[in-house]
Design a protein around this ligand. Sequence first.
Ligand code: NAP
Length: 479
Amino acid sequence: MVDNLNHNWINGKKVQTDNTLKVTNPATNEVIGEVPSVTEGLINDAIDASYQAFSSWSKLTAAERAEYLHAWADNLLQKKEKLASIMTEEQGKPYGESLGEIEGCAQFIKWNAEEGKRIYGEIIPPSSPNQRISVIKQPVGVCALITPWNFPGAMVARKVSPALAAGCTVIVKPSSETPRIAIAILDELMATGIDNGAANLITGKSSLISETLLNDRRVSKISFTGSTDIGKLLMKKAADQVKRISLELGGNAPVIVLNDADLDKAADAIVENKFENTGQMCNGINTVLAQSEVKDELITKVIERVTQLRVGPGNQKDVQVGPLINSGAIEKVEKLVSEAEKAGANIATGGKKVENSPSDLFYQPTVVTNVKPEMSIAKEEIFGPVAPIISFDTIAEAIKIANASPYGLAAYFFSNNVNTVYQVSEQLDFGMIGVNGTQLSVPQAPFGGIKESGMGREGGHYGLDGFLELKYISLSLDA
Ligand code: NAP
């Protein structure tokens, strides 16, 4: 594909560098482009620009800011096919999923544009006749937004739009695996004529970029989506200046299928969620917990569906499962599956790389049965197209297995008993619960996790909170 996605955005200008990072297509291993690798000087330029722009951007009315955001979303929708192709080429996911992600970006941006108009304060009854207490909300300032490769468009839109709507200015740092789609999405924001410096994007060595951003007092906030290990590192460094930080980190989502569940509905939803984005989804199902009475029937139904999945390059028609992102990802999947097999698990289908494929990053959709909760395949985030199935007897046992994880992003369960639905939802230690379905990411709901899955929420009216400070004003009137 011919395009010019080889620049950064600093102070409203396209910037290129001598040193570059190569970007590859995981479906073919071919180099598809090069992006800048910024120097410390350029990172400082981006901070200068966003700091300068904050004074004007934050003073616009919410309605004025919303106009830029709506124009951005409209631009994305107009070019959604092209953007989806860029995403699939760079990240590997099937084209239909990329298209859905770009449409989702526009929905998130439009939601946040409108939500920015509802940043209400509060008037509080005073303690004395002459006091007046008000609470206002103000933008935190310059925000550094660090995003991962698995949803390389959605994560940019989900961070940039609430930050800008709240009146903050931003410096985006996308993953080095998928910088081109982030650049293409920022191009569409810059095309709206937004203030110079309100939105900047830099690519390059992540340790240099994060170090420089974290050491600069003009950067008020870090919003990070990525692995728990890097999130912890950033949290420790942010502590030096008590910088505001939001973290959307790893997950280990269980799906619990109870004896009274609709098994066809459960099997459909499990396969759809587990193999979306080739299993590389933070809120994707990691382990299937099947109650003993329905376990065998559920396994049969899941295998029936998994063996019909079509694997291949994401730009080919009807492909449902693409390549993994890189060799590290496929090695991790191979290791977890082989360790599980050695520990007594059974590979019911799949379990190997796909032979004769255009790159070495394709793995067969896999179902592993007879898995025990203590196996690494059940405890670690697999991030691949592998469904391990664990059997349990009682609901209490399933909840104990699920809650034993240090992660707490999403959990799912299937039951047709209304009492069970509430009781189990309340007992699961996760930030999001899907009951009888797996759809979670919508603009109006708070997406995010507890425990080692992070802090803060993206989406809904809660999504803007992370970009706002509360200020309490006490006015003493003349007596
Ligand atoms: P990652 O390795 O942690 O990278 C995420 C981002 O952090 C990338 O931009 C990366 O840049 C950057 N980074 C890496 N090392 C850094 C450092 N020392 N300092 C500052 N930044 C650094 O995660 P990933 O592999 O891209 O993404 C997959 C993970 O994200 C999974 O664990 C998944 O569960 C999680 N995730 C969570 C959510 C959620 O909402 N909770 C959503 C999506 C993904 P480079 O690529 O340039 O190194």
